[in-house]
Each structure stands twice: as structure tokens, then as C-alpha cells.
Design a protein around this ligand. Structure first.
Ligand SMILES: Nc1nc2c(ncn2[C@@H]2O[C@H](COP(=O)(O)OP(=O)(O)OP(=O)(O)O)[C@@H](O)[C@H]2O)c(=O)[nH]1
Ligand SMILES: [Mg+2]
Length: 252
């Protein structure tokens, strides 16, 4: 087992699209809790000026970076660009993936990173003992529950929360995945990434999280994103090899 302290060598990657109202408070919260780590905002040329808000914050937080995309918008494309930058940067050994809207509590990042000593991927899970969802309307709960049931049944994966976007992972686990073969771009990207991490033998730990409704701003859920999520598990089933290894997945 690797006894490395990942809290000092992890970078937080935060995708944003119109998160101007959340990004300053999230940045402050993250750097107050973890003053010696880094964070990169992956902005998709948000019309509300999120990127400029990040540039203003960079004066206060020298370890805050911005990757601004200007071409076709995409949640997955933003993460892939961020991953490629981090993979090429020797300062970092781990990545924290999280949303900008406070649905993912920055206070638990430290405990999640602790688990990277023994596991390669720590999946922030709402659907295990100790995990829960707060303030979500019933139809969002239903959609999320159904999406997880659907994905887990088709792909036969051992994880209880395949759609969570709160994930910590070691860089060496990411290095084993061929990022050029990722098909999806909406939130299905998260499912595809986890499936490919499982396929390449990564050891997973499911960490219970409390997920809360976004603080400010609006949702970016679209019908295109939903259709992509419906097709993705079938594509993965038919176009890639099945899971080879049994992986660890524990809730405590
Ligand atoms: N770079 C980039 N980020 C995006 C895009 N779509 C969403 N995001 C960000 O991805 C994270 C998750 O998106 P959300 O809109 O919060 O999705 P959600 O949590 O399912 O929905 P709500 O919280 O209900 O709005 C947020 O930080 C968004 O700003 C995109 O196309 N590009
Ligand atoms: Mg959200």
C-alpha cells in the first residue's frame, strides 16, 4: 500500500458553465479549508462571465488556474482537457472532480483523499449507507435513482453511484485509460470514465456523501444529455470488452 499524502499533491478540477454566482464562494471555501493545494476551473466560455470572475480571484489565490475553452461546449470535453493538462504536470499525483454549485461539500475532500492511500478511485456516493440527497425535488431524485439502476443493470458494475460527479482519483489510474476513446460528452461522461477505470482494473472505494441542491444559478440538464445517457451503457456493452476483474467497492 502506498502511504503517500495525496492532500498535498491533488488538484481540484471544477467544470463551469454560468457559475459566476457560485465560483467566488466555492474558491474561498476550498482555499480556506486547503490553503496549500491547487484548483483549476474548466470554463466553457460561460456567457455570464465566470472566467473573468476566476481571473479576478487569481490575484488572491495564486494556486487557482483557469482553462477556458472557446469551441463547442461540453462537460466531458472540459474534463478531458483538464485531465490532459494534469497528466502532463508532474506536480500533481491526484485529481478531485467536483461541481461548482456546492452540491459537493468541500469539507469532505480531505477524508476522501485519505482513502487514496489504499484505493485508486474514491467515488462520492449518495446511494450507500451514510450517503443522502438533500433538498432535491422528487422528480430529480427519481431520475437520478432510475439512471443509476439502469446503468448498473446494463453494465453490471459493482458501484452504487455511477452518476455522481464527486470523485477523487490517482493519476496513475487515469493514465491506464485511453482518453481518446471516450465517446460521451454530457454527464454520461462520468459513467463512461468510471466504467473504463473499472475495466482497466482500478480499485474503487465508495465514500458516503450528502448531496445538496445547487446554491445559486440554474441547471444545464438538456434532452441531448438525457438521450446520450440512455444510449451510452448499450454502446459500452457492445463496443468495449466486459469487466475483467472483480473490484473492491465498500461503503465504510
Ligand atoms: N465546462 C462545462 N461545465 C459544465 C457544462 N455543463 C455543466 N457544467 C458544470 O458541471 C457541473 C454540474 O452541472 P450542473 O448543472 O450542476 O448539473 P446537475 O448537478 O445535474 O444539475 P443542477 O445542480 O440541478 O443544476 C457544474 O459545475 C456546471 O457548471 C458544460 O457544458 N461545460
Ligand atoms: Mg449541480
Amino acid at each position: 500500500m502506498d502511504e503517500q499524502d495525496f492532500s498535498k499533491v491533488a488538484i481540484k478540477l471544477i467544470p463551469t458553465y454560468n457559475e459566476k454566482e457560485n465560483i467566488a464562494s466555492l474558491t474561498q471555501a476550498v482555499f480556506n479549508l486547503y490553503p496549500h493545494t491547487s484548483m483549476m476551473v474548466l470554463d466553457d466560455n460561460s456567457p455570464d462571465g465566470t472566467a473573468q470572475a476566476v481571473r479576478n480571484l487569481q490575484v488572491l489565490f495564486p494556486n487557482l488556474y483557469l482553462n477556458q475553452r472557446t469551441s463547442d461546449r461540453g462537460f466531458g470535453k472540459s474534463y478531458l482537457e483538464g485531465f490532459k493538462k494534469v497528466l502532463a504536470d508532474d506536480r500533481y499525483k491526484a485529481i478531485v472532480m467536483m461541481d461548482a454549485d456546492f452540491s459537493h461539500d468541500p469539507k469532505v475532500i480531505g477524508s476522501m483523499l485519505e482513502k487514496l492511500k489504499d484505493y485508486e478511485v474514491v467515488n462520492g456516493s449518495r446511494y450507500i449507507s451514510g450517503g443522502k440527497i438533500e433538498n432535491w425535488k422528487w422528480h430529480r431524485r427519481l431520475l437520478s435513482n432510475f439512471a443509476n439502476f439502469y446503468v448498473r443493470t446494463i453494465l453490471r458494475v459493482p458501484l452504487q453511484d455511477m452518476t455522481t460527479g464527486f470523485v477523487c482519483l490517482r493519476k496513475d489510474a487515469l493514465q491506464r485509460v485511453d482518453l481518446n476513446t471516450i465517446y460521451s460528452d454530457g454527464y454520461a461522461f462520468l459513467v463512461e470514465l468510471k466504467y473504463k477505470l473499472l475495466q482497466t482494473g482500478s480499485r474503487f472505494y465508495e465514500f458516503p456523501i450528502v448531496y445538496t441542491e445547487r446554491r445559486e444559478g440554474g441547471s444545464k440538464m438538456s434532452s441531448r444529455v438525457i438521450w446520450e445517457s440512455i444510449w451510452l451503457p448499450w454502446k459500452l456493452c457492445f463496443k468495449t470488452s466486459p469487466l475483467k476483474k472483480q473490484v473492491s467497492s465498500r461503503s465504510t
